[in-house]
Design a protein around this ligand. Structure first.
Ligand code: HEM
Length: 442
């Protein structure tokens, strides 16, 4: 039998993309011929891929979102969005369905994880000044920051809408406290709350509203905006770190080289003009996306999924008594990521004679509104030089980094106080003190 000729290098990997391309061309083909990879660039800056630059927090956030979708799909087949049956269906998931307890825990741990990861990602982008433009043309990193702020709000809202679905006491009262804050907006507050919960009380209309927002509207919005977020990263020339490398490149004088000049009369000897140019960085500081970027993205994604799957074995999901609008738990707390606001709300009610400034207005509207406004506009407020872009804790941004840290620590502290140090009637207790167990308020 005639022997088959050996395959030309790269042919196999062009058919099935490989993490071990044999040539640059092979690596490029792996990107363009693969549906999942074709949105990636062929080459990426090596330094921007360092684990210690971005900590891959954006990818980890995206992996958590993916896991939420994957674990949410089977839950959709089991959950019933009706006030009569929601609680029982969650109880069935927890105690009857095979692996239901684990599935619910994966979904819940991933949801909390996504809130934490997105805040860490925001902090990393802030500390590296990666919302500023560098040397590339047509960059609009500031827009990607604004898109990011919207993604942050959507993530919080996605988690908040999911909170109500088990329809137990914890869910019902956390959402009651959370949505009550909206009523503090002057003039339109009560209408905003009504729009949010579909009436005056939290009931069937609220459940169906939160359900549709939770399973269709908000995940759809996050997926679409995430696609735009990634497209912008590409249009901006990759992560800000890549720009920084380019800025640091020192111009090099290309020496004159003896050459031939073609004149009308024949060949004349001479020298080419002296040229001062930036050294070409593409050759030495970039790597092929396949395998380097793809491998790391896979490690971050699969590592996140594995970690959450393991944690879910050990972290049980709470399920209290069925929701009862007539019995208020004492204390009634908002979801943990809104506890710092609840803390401010209860601490900022000011009485000036007969005049009372509502704490909910300061803590629930003014402060968060101001924070989100300043956060959104930050790329335009930050006047640090372009050279500070893409570097952790650049000295030019020292003051603003300090302010950011102080605000973050204050939010964390208030969250901790709200979680661990507030007992019945929102009384203060030290962590080592035990609360008196008061009956729920009827
Ligand atoms: C659902 C939420 C989000 C997801 C899934 C996400 C995902 C990502 C990913 C995968 C990257 C590439 C680099 C990396 O892995 O760190 C990235 C970059 C970026 N993100 Fe996000 N992000 C989210 C929210 C945010 C937020 C809240 C902000 C800030 C307010 C933000 C601002 C940015 C910026 C400016 C970049 C470019 C960074 C650079 O050039 O170094 N993102 N994001």
């Amino acid at each position: 039998m005639a022997q088959q000729p050996p395959e030309a290098p790269g042919v196999r990997s062009r058919r099935f993309w490989s993490l071990r391309p044999r040539s640059d061309r092979d690596a490029g083909d792996a990107i363009t011929s693969n549906f999942l990879l074709h949105a990636m660039p062929a080459k990426v800056s090596n330094a921007s891929m360092a684990w210690t630059y971005s900590f891959w927090l954006g990818t980890i956030t995206a992996a958590l979102f993916l896991l939420l979708v994957l674990s949410g799909l089977p839950l959709l087949f089991l959950y019933v969005p009706s006030v009569e049956r929601a609680y029982q269906s969650v109880k069935d998931i927890e105690y009857v369905v095979s692996f239901g307890k684990w599935l619910r825990a994966v979904h819940r741990v991933a949801a909390h994880g996504m809130v934490i990861a997105v805040v860490f990602h925001l902090a990393r982008v802030f500390f590296t000044g990666a919302y500023k433009n560098g040397v590339g043309r047509n960059q609009h990193r500031e827009w990607n920051w604004v898109i990011g702020v919207v993604l942050l709000l959507l993530t919080l809202f996605l988690s908040f809408t999911g909170y109500l679905l088990p329809w137990d006491q914890l869910a019902f009262w956390a959402v009651t406290v959370g949505t009550n804050i909206a009523s503090a907006i002057p003039w339109v507050g009560p209408s905003v709350r009504e729009l949010l919960i579909g009436g005056r009380e939290i009931e069937q209309a609220t459940l169906i509203r939160f359900y549709v927002l939770h399973i269709v509207v908000l995940p759809g919005a996050v997926a679409a905006l995430f696609g735009y977020h990634m497209w912008r990263v590409r249009k901006d020339g990759g992560l800000a770190r890549a720009d920084r490398e380019e800025q640091l490149e020192t111009p090099r004088t290309v020496p004159p080289t003896p050459t031939k000049t073609y004149t009308l009369l024949g060949v004349a000897r001479g020298t080419a003009p002296t040229v001062t140019a930036k050294t070409l960085i593409a050759a030495d500081t970039t790597v092929n996306a396949v395998p380097d970027l793809v491998r790391r993205a896979l490690i971050a994604t699969l590592g996140t999924i594995a970690l959450i799957s393991i944690l879910a074995v050990f972290i049980a999901s709470p399920l209290e008594e069925p929701a009862n609008p007539l019995i208020t738990p004492n204390p009634a707390k908002a979801p943990w990521y809104f506890l710092w606001l609840q803390e401010i709300v209860t601490d900022t009610t000011i009485h000036l004679g007969s005049f009372t400034i509502n704490g909910a207005f300061i803590g629930g509207v003014i402060l968060p509104g101001l924070l989100i406004g300043v956060l959104t506009l930050w790329p335009w407020l930050d006047r640090s030089p372009r050279e500070a872009t893409g570097e952790w804790f650049h000295p030019a941004r020292r003051t603003q980094n300090l302010v950011f840290i102080v605000v973050m620590v204050a939010i964390l502290l208030l969250t901790y106080i709200g979680m661990e140090m507030r007992g019945p009637y929102w009384e203060f207790f030290w962590p080592w003190e035990t609360w008196p167990s008061l009956p729920s308020r009827i």
